[in-house]
Write a protein that binds this ligand. Sequence first.
Ligand SMILES: Cc1cc2nc3c(=O)[nH]c(=O)nc-3n(C[C@H](O)[C@H](O)[C@H](O)COP(=O)(O)OP(=O)(O)OC[C@H]3O[C@@H](n4cnc5c(N)ncnc54)[C@H](O)[C@@H]3O)c2cc1C
Length: 461
Amino acid sequence: MSEDYDYDLFVIGAGSGGVRAARIAAQNGAKVAIAEEHRVGGTCVIRGCVPKKLMVYASQFSEAFEDAAGYGWTVPKASFDWPSFIAAKDHEIDRLNAIYIRNITNAGVDLIMSTALVAGPHAVFLTAEKRKVTARVILVATGGQPWLDMELPGIEHVITSNEIFYLKEKPQRAVVAGGGYIAVEFAGILNGLGVDTTLVYRGHEILRGFDEDLRTRLRQEMEKKGVKFVFNAIFTGIEKGEGGLTASLSNGTTLGADTILFATGRRPATEGLGLQAAGVALDQQGAVIVDHESRTNVPSIYAIGDVTNRVNLTPVAIREGHAFADTVFGDKPTHVDHSLVPTAVFSQPELGTVGLTQEEATTIYSAIDVYTSTFRPMLHTLSGRDEKMFMKVLVDAETDLVLGVHLMGHGVGEMIQLLGIAVKMGATKADFDATVAVHPTAAEELVTMRTPTAQLRREAA
Ligand SMILES: Cc1cc2nc3c(=O)[nH]c(=O)nc-3n(C[C@H](O)[C@H](O)[C@H](O)COP(=O)(O)OP(=O)(O)OC[C@H]3O[C@@H](n4cnc5c(N)ncnc54)[C@H](O)[C@@H]3O)c2cc1C
């Protein structure tokens, strides 16, 4: 343990990455403190992945009740009680929050409920306790925050993902602003819960950066379910009147709503943190610039997770936290590989994706074989629901290497986790073909696509 400092490690932010780093560093023998200004567990547990997935489950029942009729069930008209659901969700989040607190304290880490500011290369100021503590190493794990255009007239009337989890009652009409995964997921959740939902996005299609086929097909499926989309439009103002909120758009139209959710991006939580005064370099978005070991330009200050704006996902933040603690306090240098990270979008229907999109693959490789399959999943043969499942496997025609897999449909979030292993191991299309199908499943399509639907060839320059 350091004799010159209060702690070996001071972690700012008890979210996914910070908690893991603190626990592992303590297990490696370090004297550790962690500060949290909101609730232990961070974005993912308190107001991100976990409550969102619970909301997705809640919203999916409306279709399940409808689909049951095709299987001979008579389901009386179902109704949804928002306060009961929110109370049950809050109970579960409280349980997880308590587990996180227990895990931290059981590891011997000092938990301090306060905002912590960087006060120098080895000093942190705790605002709640108005005192300074010192540490040999400081780890910034403050995550990200929803970004809002504060210049927009009426912006005070909108909510962000931070507030949607605590609405007192279910809105009748909602407008969701944004085209990223959070906007798309909440549009699906609200629509599934029976809310009249419109998504407004300034671009021409949802989910920029995802495979084009997934983008258009998901939007089409969401339209079939009743979500309305307005593209190429931005908000020019929001007014509150007796009948609720009215959003004015740049295309000259207006939209009425009880709730307007802005999911227009997130920014690293570095504002006012004291990093620049301590000499820590930030990029233009305010993200902490780090090297492959998550070290900043100030040797005693490290940063992990969303605050570094690398791959903003919980499992990545956890890995970065673990690798940091092993490298700096465990004498076990570990680097996080940010390539081939499988991800899911919990839209309705769900998306799962790993590796290169078709657009990326054709830019890098000169010969790509594209295997696709579009089909009605077995569940919907009897339910009668007009919902298609879609699968795409991209293969380098020269080496047979699988470069990317892109899926849409029920359960593909689970599928992509396992496909991620195969793709990460360097599976070839021949490996997929050599694997016997599991029947009857939707996933069996992945090993039975024999003929390419497209062979994309780039002429040699
Ligand atoms: C709505 C939503 C849905 C999401 N869904 C998914 C998903 O399905 N899958 C997935 O992998 N990822 C998802 N994410 C992203 C995921 O939540 C983040 O990538 C992850 O939480 C990042 O972890 P972190 O440790 O970097 O930061 P966080 O988990 O954000 O933790 C940072 C913590 O630091 C605290 N803090 C900030 N500043 C200070 C300060 N000065 N002093 C003390 N404490 C401070 C904050 O209160 C917070 O608790 C979602 C995010 C959102 C918003």
